[in-house]
Design a binder for this molecule. Structure first.
Ligand code: NDP
Length: 311
């Protein structure tokens, strides 16, 4: 097995990873970034981004990620295809295995592996992904201005997404499988008092309906087995996210939901020299710009750590 030594290894290629790479490259740390299974991250599964500052004419998620990557490469980041398959943070330098064979010794690591939205697992849902099916109301809601949409889920995210969509769309159905909402009382109150939100308790999605133009309805079944179709153009999943942290179990402190625990307001993990940025440590904000900001913070912490570790 060949072994390579790097000062700063970045795992993950969403806005957090690429932004960390820009900052680390400009600080002369010669960062090496592994892009992972989904180069560009979650943003590449959405359509247009209208809330990333600096793009008044909107930009596609794919283009935005290509631009941030190009900026990192321009300043000297070594961006590579490859999947990190094992990490050993118990020794220094850290041992990182890529694609099961290539070993890297890293003085510092930035974990920016993101999170993945949960889907129901329906074939029709996959068929219309990006054509009416979305897991991000803040990203895609505007496309449904004045139309009817549905949000699946009864947690805080679903209530927030439904409230957000209610301000844009004609009508929002919330599809809730139980006969109550799991969300906080304040969020429950908000959705229940918003006139254009209708909560369908005790309903499950049987099928997302559509044609070549995208989604045009959803077939639902209630707890008594009765079926009905609601006419909607957008179908938003808000049933939670999985942080992509399987690799770090037993290596880094994770919370009950699997997110990496960082010192509040910083990307500092429980292992000195390992930092976490973006959605992998943020169950709350989950925006491209907040992820990018935390990638910047992680690179600044790496720089500070390398400068002071031997003092
Ligand atoms: P949650 O796990 O809290 O809620 C998920 C919701 O999706 C539940 O209503 C659940 O139903 C439903 N669900 C899960 N799987 C399915 C399925 N297969 N079919 C239908 N429905 C399903 O996730 P959230 O993303 O809402 O929240 C995650 C965490 O983040 C929570 O702690 C939340 O409080 C927090 N958060 C806080 C916010 C705030 O304070 N402003 C904003 C957003 C999130 P069931 O109840 O039946 O299990």
């Amino acid at each position: 097995m060949e072994t390579e030594s790097v000062k700063c290894l970045i795992i993950g290629s969403g806005p957090a990873g690429y932004t960390a790479a820009i900052y680390a490259a400009r600080a002369n740390l010669s960062p090496v970034l592994y892009e992972g299974l989904e180069p560009g991250g979650q943003l590449t599964t959405t359509t247009h981004i209208e809330n990333f500052p600096g793009h008044p004419d909107r930009i596609t998620g794919v283009q935005l990620m290509e631009d941030i990557k190009a900026q990192a490469v321009k300043y000297g980041a070594d961006v590579r295809y490859g999947i990190v398959t094992a990490v050993d943070f118990s020794k220094k330098p850290f041992d990182i295995t890529v694609d099961g064979r290539h070993t890297i010794e890293a003085e510092t690591v930035i974990v920016a592996t993101g999170a993945t939205a949960k889907y129901l697992g329906l074939e029709s849902e996959q068929l219309y992904k990006g054509m009416g099916v979305s897991a991000c109301a803040t990203c895609d809601g505007f496309l449904y201005k004045g139309k009817n949409v549905a949000v699946v889920g009864g947690g805080d995210t679903a209530c927030e997404e439904a409230s957000y969509l209610a301000g844009i769309c004609n009508k929002v159905y919330m599809i809730v499988r139980k006969d109550y909402l799991r969300a906080s009382k304040a969020m429950q109150h908000r959705v229940m008092t918003t006139p254009n939100i209708e909560i369908l308790f005790g309903h499950n999605t049987v099928q997302v309906l559509g044609d070549e133009n995208g989604v045009n309805g959803v077939l639902l079944r209630n707890s008594e087995g009765a079926e009905k179709v609601i006419d909607v153009d957008g179908f938003f999943l808000a049933i939670g996210h999985h942080p992509n942290t399987e690799l770090f179990k037993g290596q880094l402190e994770l919370d009950d939901a699997g997110y990496i625990v960082t010192k509040p307001g910083t990307p500092i993990t429980n292992i000195e020299g390992v930092f976490a940025a973006g959605d992998v440590q943020d169950p709350h904000y989950r925006q491209a710009i907040t992820a990018a900001g935390s990638g910047c913070m992680a690179a600044l912490e790496v720089e500070h750590y390398l400068m002071t570790k031997d003092e």
